[in-house]
Design a protein around this ligand. Structure first.
Ligand SMILES: *[C@@H]1O[C@H](CO)[C@@H](O)[C@H](O)[C@H]1NC(C)=O
Ligand SMILES: *[C@@H]1O[C@H](CO)[C@@H](O)[C@H](O)[C@H]1NC(C)=O
Length: 258
């Protein structure tokens, strides 16, 4: 089990997010895992990706492997539990294409979208909590009443975390809280489905434990790890959508750790 290491230096990317579900939120190409010496590993990754693309949308998740040692590769793909199988399928197709373009030479590669996540590695990572690499998105705007907001956010997070660890919910928890007559808080958490409930709880605890550091009093925030996803917003973002008026994310910043 890897533990999170927060390095003092970090990369701050500041950009205006013209967010579409088709754009990756981030990727990770582990530079220590070059495959340049092995055409067999590369071929196995291609076969693995074919399988992930063809099978993920059936149930929104697959963890599998392809090939024989020493060139075996393990893969996992998962969609957000609330998206349609059509959106899931599109997302995984994009992910499989983009990950090879972005990480052409790495055996350990990961890519995050809002609707899906995909990774592969020569090392067997299935069932293990991994919070070693994280991507944080936050809205630069702050809420006006941090104290009550944080209390309501904490309560909602507790509620949806406990949903996520129930086996029948397959790692997903989502919900909303009415803050005032014109303000509703929406939140969603999801673990990869290879995790046991206790590991899911651990990943979510680490992700939410970062709130004071990265999300403090922000109007919206996302934490993306390889084992879990946490997001809250003051507008509806998960399906079924509450209304047709989803706000564009006007100004979002990203921090990548380590
Ligand atoms: C939000 O709060 C942070 C931390 O207190 C501050 O640095 C930032 O400027 C605030 N953002 C806005 C848009 O006021
Ligand atoms: C929202 O969209 C649905 C389907 O596109 C439509 O039937 C409905 O009338 C819309 N609601 C509002 C409030 O515009």
């Amino acid at each position: 089990m890897k533990t999170m290491t927060l390095l003092p230096s970090f990369l701050l990317l500041n950009f205006l997010c013209i967010c579409s579900a088709a754009d990756p939120l981030g990727d990770y190409c582990n530079k220590g895992t070059s495959i340049s010496g092995s055409g067999q590993v590369s071929a196995n990754i291609d076969k693995l990706l074919d399988e992930l693309v063809s099978k993920t949308s059936v149930s929104g998740y697959i963890a599998t492997s392809y090939g024989e040692d020493p060139h075996k590769v393990y893969g996992l793909a998962q969609c957000r539990g609330d998206v349609s199988s059509k959106d899931c399928s599109t997302c995984i197709q994009d992910a499989a294409k983009q990950i090879r373009e972005r990480c052409p030479d790495e055996a350990d590669a990961r890519i995050w979208y809002d609707y899906c996540f995909l990774r592969y590695n020569e090392e067997n990572f299935i069932g293990k909590v991994d919070t070693g690499y994280g991507i944080f998105y936050y809205n630069v705007e702050n809420v006006t009443d941090p104290e009550s907001f944080n209390r309501e956010l904490g309560a909602l997070m507790d509620k949806i975390r406990s949903q996520a660890v129930l086996p029948k919910n397959e790692g997903l928890g989502k919900g909303k809280t009415t803050l005032s007559s014109f303000l509703t808080l929406y939140a969603l958490v999801q673990c990869t489905r290879d995790l046991a409930p206790i590991n899911c709880a651990q990943c979510l605890a680490i992700a939410i434990g970062n709130f004071p550091k990265f999300c403090d009093s922000r109007k919206g925030c996302r934490v993306l790890y390889s084992s879990c996803y946490v997001r809250y917003e003051l507008y509806p973002f998960f399906f079924p959508l509450d209304s047709n008026n989803t706000h564009p994310d006007a100004s979002i910043k990203t921090i990548v750790y380590p």
